[in-house]
Design a protein around this ligand. Structure first.
Ligand code: 15L
Length: 264
């Protein structure tokens, strides 16, 4: 079994996918502090993403990297700068120095969050970040391209919608990604031959999608879950619809208006 480094291993998305990833890979977990719920067969190498030397030790000897670490919502600039700008640079550079070619980068829908909901966008649109956080994810995608073209890295950037067991509200009916569909995309990023830098949307088979995910399909993705199966229940119980058109008209939702807030 290949040894894979999972950064941000204590975060919500990583915790949802670790049991599924363990079926295929040996996992080395990394987060800023030791990961509390680690199993006996998971290694733990804590590292601050801004600490290059610590990160390089975490990268040493792995077969691939799944980079989920960093700040995962809009936040104060010093936090985004350290974790997402410096931290993402550090992970690509540590991988290059340690000879690790395969990386999966957890990008976000917020790299393109200022596209309107009445548009369907593919992966070749110009980024339109909705936040400093979204801009940091566009930066990470740029690094993926740089390290692929210049140093021969093989990188899959997944513009993740919202990873959860079920869609949380009306907006998430368009962007929901089930944990097992995310693991399928990660598997493509780690295994599919012939990848240089590819961008895909991290969503399940969602009828209300704003994204054309044909690049993911081309790479072999066959999503197994559908947001629509939850639609009537979600819309009845927690529509989450506001009266602010800046939020409702744009794909990024409340990230288009928030300054330093968290989840919408
Ligand atoms: C993200 O990028 C966040 O990491 C996640 O917490 C959600 O807020 C998600 O986007 C979303 O757009 O719902």
């Amino acid at each position: 079994m290949k040894l894979i480094l999972l950064t941000g291993a204590a975060g919500g998305a990583a915790r949802m996918i670790r049991p599924l990833l363990r079926e295929h890979y040996r996992l080395r977990l990394s987060d800023i502090a030791p990961v509390g719920d680690r199993t006996d067969d998971e290694e733990d190498v804590p590292a601050d993403l801004a600490d290059f030397d610590a990160l390089r030790k975490a990268v040493e000897g792995v077969d691939g990297i799944v980079h989920f670490g960093g700040y995962s919502v809009e936040g104060p600039w010093p936090a985004i700068l350290s974790a997402n700008i410096e931290g993402t640079y550090n992970i690509f550079e540590a991988a290059r120095m340690e000879g690790v070619k395969r990386l999966v980068f957890a990008s976000s829908n917020h790299a393109v969050g200022f596209y309107r909901r009445d548009q369907t966008i593919g992966v070749d649109v110009t980024p339109k970040p909705d936040s400093r956080y979204g801009a940091s994810k566009a930066f990470g995608e740029s690094l993926g391209s740089l390290y692929a073209e210049k140093y021969g890295a093989e990188v899959l950037s997944i513009r993740i919608g919202n990873v959860a067991d079920r869609p949380a509200d009306a907006r998430r009916l368009a962007i929901w990604l089930s944990p097992r569909d995310l693991v399928q995309l990660i598997g493509i990023g780690l295994e599919r031959p012939g990848i240089r830098h590819e961008i895909v949307y991290g969503m399940s088979d969602n009828k209300r999608a704003w994204w054309d995910n044909s690049n993911a399909i081309r790479l072999g993705y066959t999503p197994r879950d559908r947001a629509e199966d939850y639609a009537s229940q979600v819309l009845a119980e927690s529509p989450g619809i506001t009266d602010d058109p800046r939020i409702e008209d744009h794909q990024g939702g409340s990230f288009c208006v928030t300054e330093t807030g968290g989840d919408p």
